[in-house]
Design a protein around this ligand. Structure first.
Ligand SMILES: Nc1ncnc2c1ncn2[C@@H]1O[C@H](COP(=O)(O)OP(=O)(O)O)[C@@H](O)[C@H]1O
Ligand SMILES: [Mg+2]
Length: 284
């Protein structure tokens, strides 16, 4: 069978996926998204296999390319629907809550004034996040009114209109770690704890977080599968926190999941599971 992998930078993960597909004797076609052009009639820049793993780091590039590839009747993992929700923290929170997946209490405001009023009404500490972003960038703990006002000033000067939509979240009281579960279809392949690096509050591996194997309990598995279904399913990185008051809560779902940290401690072949799923999954 053949599979196309689309990337905009070849990370450890894309190499692992390429190697896994080769090992399984599939033909792999790696394409740099930056070289692709799409035409509504005849004359596309590349040929694709029917199944495509979309692995762009750039959210918008990956998302809009997926729309085009689905237009060409390709089976793209993840789908446009899933990518759109998971690439956007607000949509993710809305879909999680709507589908009864435990998630932190989250607040939205659509002007500087409303954000300021909302924050002082909820009280501090709070967490302010960008709607679109990863690796912990711009995820900021806000500890008092002064910091909130400063952040609002920064956001209002920002040219990106998305940054003038405010996503505020309760500050979850948790141990200095979170959980990353790799979900492929309806299976939790592996889960890790991510311990925050010293002097760092965020637990992202990209911020120096350290991985350790996490046992997949029935509760963890149920929540992850429910969360994956809520956002349309596919190959996903479900991130959870252990809220001391409320138990496991899902705070984010990653669409082009990085799994180098998980692979370094897990005995599961994550890349092989992803390729196997992609090849087997039915065309929609
Ligand atoms: N509400 C919260 N309470 C406590 N810690 C949080 C909260 N939200 C995020 N974090 C920490 O910040 C990290 C990054 O936040 P996240 O929402 O996952 O954004 P990103 O997409 O940039 O990874 C999380 O992995 C977690 O360690
Ligand atoms: Mg995250």
């Amino acid at each position: 069978m053949g599979i196309t992998i689309i990337y905009d930078r070849v990370r450890w993960e894309e190499k692992a996926l390429f190697d896994a597909a080769n090992k399984m004797s599939h033909t792999v076609n790696m394409i740099d998204a930056k070289d692709i052009t799409i035409v509504t009639h005849n004359g596309n820049s590349h040929n694709y296999f029917d199944t495509i793993l979309q692995r762009c780091i750039s959210h918008y590039r990956g998302l809009y390319l997926t729309a085009c590839l689905e237009f060409l009747n390709k089976h793209v993992i993840n789908s446009y629907h899933t990518s759109e929700i998971c690439g956007n923290k607000m949509l993710t929170s809305l879909y999680l809550k709507k589908n009864n997946v435990p998630t932190p209490k989250t607040y939205f405001a659509f002007s500087a004034e409303a954000a300021n009023e909302l924050a002082s009404k909820i009280g501090y500490p709070l967490v302010l996040k960008p709607l679109i972003g990863s690796w912990g960038r711009m995820v900021v703990p806000i500890r008092d009114q002064e910091s909130m006002e400063f952040m609002i000033e920064v956001r209002e000067e920002d040219q990106n209109p998305l940054n003038r939509i405010y996503y505020l979240q309760e500050f979850v009281n948790r141990p200095p770690r979170d959980i990353r579960a790799i979900v492929v279809g309806e299976q939790v392949i592996t889960a890790i704890y991510r311990y925050a690096a010293s002097g760092e509050w965020r637990t992202n591996i990209a911020r120096g977080g350290k991985a350790e194997v996490c046992n997949i309990t029935n509760e963890l598995e149920d929540i992850c599968i429910k969360a994956a279904k809520a956002v349309g399913g596919g190959v996903l990185g479900v991130d959870l926190m252990e809220d001391i008051k409320n138990g496991l809560v899902v705070h984010e779902i990653n669409n082009t999941v990085e799994f180098k940290g998980a692979a370094s401690v897990s005995n599961k072949d994550i890349a092989a599971s992803i390729i196997e799923y992609a090849i087997k999954s039915e065309r929609r």
